[in-house]
Design a protein around this ligand. Structure first.
Ligand SMILES: Nc1ncnc2c1ncn2[C@@H]1O[C@H](COP(=O)(O)OP(=O)(O)OP(=O)(O)O)[C@@H](O)[C@H]1O
Length: 263
């Protein structure tokens, strides 16, 4: 297929560059020849119909697929132009320290609010209490949760509402200063008010990190993202500034998806 995905040049510095990426689940070819840059300090949304490969693509960025046998990557994802995070010599655990992830459903551990966030530091061998307190407060503030939990840090995380739990998971993902945070439909299990507060967070978070988010909601992509990538049947069909992709799509398939004709 000839793919015309060359919208006006994106001028931001690339945080990551995906080059000729293919991915296979056993013999199933799930991602096909993907080339894309992830602009630094911005929100990039991955959209496309169910099964097109959005989650598969997202999971390549923190080597989640390594956890299952039979999965295979080809091609590269360059971080800061110097490390191919798919390189055989690169330790996936190191990659996950630089690139963290927030999942569809809030998944706090059966621990206190404090210990949930502390986890991200403890796995890195940190146990200086003063430093941990500072970092945990900072992560909870950035995640817009501090005021709601500062007097109950030792309570179980399960006492929090769904939206608060998701903000706690965001704090856990942020506490160790990752460079990129991956979000896999982070609001799909939340009500509209909790969704709005997570969406609001995105615009402040991008000052600290680069964000890649899978969303089923085109409205959400339009509201929160700076750049949008449209995928279809394992291919990247179109990528550009969100306003360009939504207002003047270059491809018929993108236009059909955005206008609700496919999906
Ligand atoms: N573990 C797996 N083994 C084999 N095939 C898989 C596996 N996970 C996903 N797939 C297939 O890979 C393709 C892409 O799936 P993926 O979950 O990435 O799509 P998606 O765009 O995120 O879909 P959705 O929007 O429904 O979540 C689909 O055809 C899916 O059936």
């Amino acid at each position: 297929m000839v793919i015309n995905n060359s919208h006006e040049q994106i001028t931001s510095i690339p945080k990551a560059e995906v080059a000729d990426l293919d991915f296979y689940y056993g013999s199933f070819h799930a991602l096909k020849g993907i080339n894309m840059t992830l602009p630094e300090h911005s929100v990039t949304a991955l959209i496309g119909p169910s099964g097109c490969g959005k989650t598969t693509f997202l999971r390549c960025f923190n080597r989640m697929h390594d956890l299952y046998p039979g999965n295979r990557y080809e091609g590269s994802i360059w971080l800061d132009k110097d490390t191919n995070i798919l390189g055989r010599k690169v330790d996936p655990i190191e990659v996950r320290m630089r690139i963290s992830m927030v999942f569809q459903r809030p998944n706090p551990f059966p621990k206190s609010i404090y210990e949930n966030v502390a986890y991200g530091l403890r796995v890195r061998g940190e146990n200086n209490r003063r430093l941990m307190d500072e970092k945990i407060e900072d992560a909870l503030r950035v995640s817009a949760l501090w005021d709601e939990v500062k007097d109950r840090l030792n309570e179980s995380a399960y006492n929090l509402s769904g939206g608060q739990q998701q903000r706690l998971c965001i704090a856990r993902a942020l506490v160790a200063d990752p460079e990129i945070v991956l979000f896999d439909e982070p609001t799909s299990a939340l009500d509209p008010i909790a969704t709005a507060s997570i969406e609001e967070l995105m615009s402040t978070l991008k000052d600290r990190v680069t964000i890649l988010i899978v969303t089923h909601s085109m409205q959400q992509a339009a509201r929160i993202s700076d750049h949008t990538a449209f995928m279809y049947l394992g291919e990247l069909i179109e990528f550009g500034r969100t306003k360009d992709v939504f207002n003047k799509p270059l491809n018929q398939q993108t236009e059909d998806y955005i206008s609700g004709r496919i999906g």
